[in-house]
Ligand binder design. Structure first.
Ligand SMILES: Nc1ncnc2c1ncn2[C@@H]1O[C@H](COP(=O)(O)OP(=O)(O)O)[C@@H](O)[C@H]1O
Ligand SMILES: [Mg+2]
Length: 257
């Protein structure tokens, strides 16, 4: 089966001359959650932005559904970009403070009117019902539809960002530290929600975090990034294997306290 996403030898050198991503390759299959863990500054967000084509890569190739994103014009990228959705660390920044929740949730569906996910088939023609269904899918009551972001908690805002990300049934969702700004209790709730949605909707995730336990909870395959490179890659069940890289062992030790 063809890879959903295939990135080969990605390099990113910033204008400052700093090489943030140092030739990494990654493949993600349909329905798979790949975890990416690494300390702050290791290049995780840079790689995420490169894969999302928000940042121009210095070298390498990116294929989504076998289509070469690195060769596309801006216009072509705009057409295909919705296939990849993203959820970032700061949900407050992801939502327009002047727009009601319904308008943020419906943003992608309003733009891509021809897209109709299976789970919205019966309500696609009815904007309010669509938004209501999406909020329901992320565990939020419909009374929030006409509220503004500042009236919601951090966890609720992140739920709205997730609702928007799943709204057009994307091929891949890149989650860059989606729980890092939340308290520990809310982190657990959001991780559980993400896991349920992934199973239910057969979503593909690239889940990025500096927190190994979160990555382990959600991912089937785990990549460890350090100084812009992948230094370890393993299946979830092999986390305690002797074959792990010393750095991975150090991360494990850190969380075992
Ligand atoms: N826009 C930028 N310009 C120059 N350097 C950057 C930029 N963004 C990030 N960096 C640098 O690239 C490195 C990796 O950053 P980042 O990808 O944000 O890491 P992470 O997400 O793992 O914390 C860091 O040294 C950071 O300072
Ligand atoms: Mg980051």
């Amino acid at each position: 089966m063809a890879d959903l996403l295939l990135a080969k030898n990605i390099k990113k050198i910033y204008a400052s001359g700093h090489q943030a991503v140092n030739g990494v390759s990654i493949s993600i299959q349909k329905g798979e959650c790949v975890g990416l863990v690494g300390e702050s500054g290791s290049g995780k967000s840079t790689l995420a932005r490169c894969l999302l084509m928000l940042e121009k890569i210095s070298e390498g190739e990116i294929f989504l559904h076998d289509q070469p994103l690195h060769k596309m014009t801006k216009r072509e990228i705009r057409k295909i970009r919705h296939c990849m959705q993203a959820v970032f660390q700061n949900p407050a920044a992801a939502l327009n403070p002047k727009r009601k929740i319904i308008d943020s949730v419906m943003e992608a569906l309003d733009t891509h009117r021809n897209i109709c996910p299976i789970y919205l088939q019966d309500v696609r023609e009815h904007r309010e019902l669509c938004a209501k269904r999406l909020l329901e899918m992320v565990g939020m009551a419909d009374r929030y539809l006409y509220r503004y972001p500042h009236e919601l908690s951090g966890g609720q805002k992140q739920r709205v960002a997730i609702a928007r990300a799943i709204s057009i049934q994307p091929s891949l969702i890149i989650l860059d530290e989606p729980t890092a700004s939340l308290d520990v209790y809310t982190q657990g709730q959001i991780l559980t929600l993400l896991k349920e949605l992934q199973k239910q909707l057969e979503l593909s995730y690239l889940f990025i975090s500096h927190d190994l336990p979160s990555v382990h909870f959600l991912s089937e395959r785990i990549l460890v990034m350090k100084d812009g490179a992948f230094i370890d890659c393993f299946q979830k069940n092999d986390i305690f294997s002797q074959a792990r890289h010393p750095y991975t062992k150090m991360l494990i030790h850190l969380f075992e306290g």
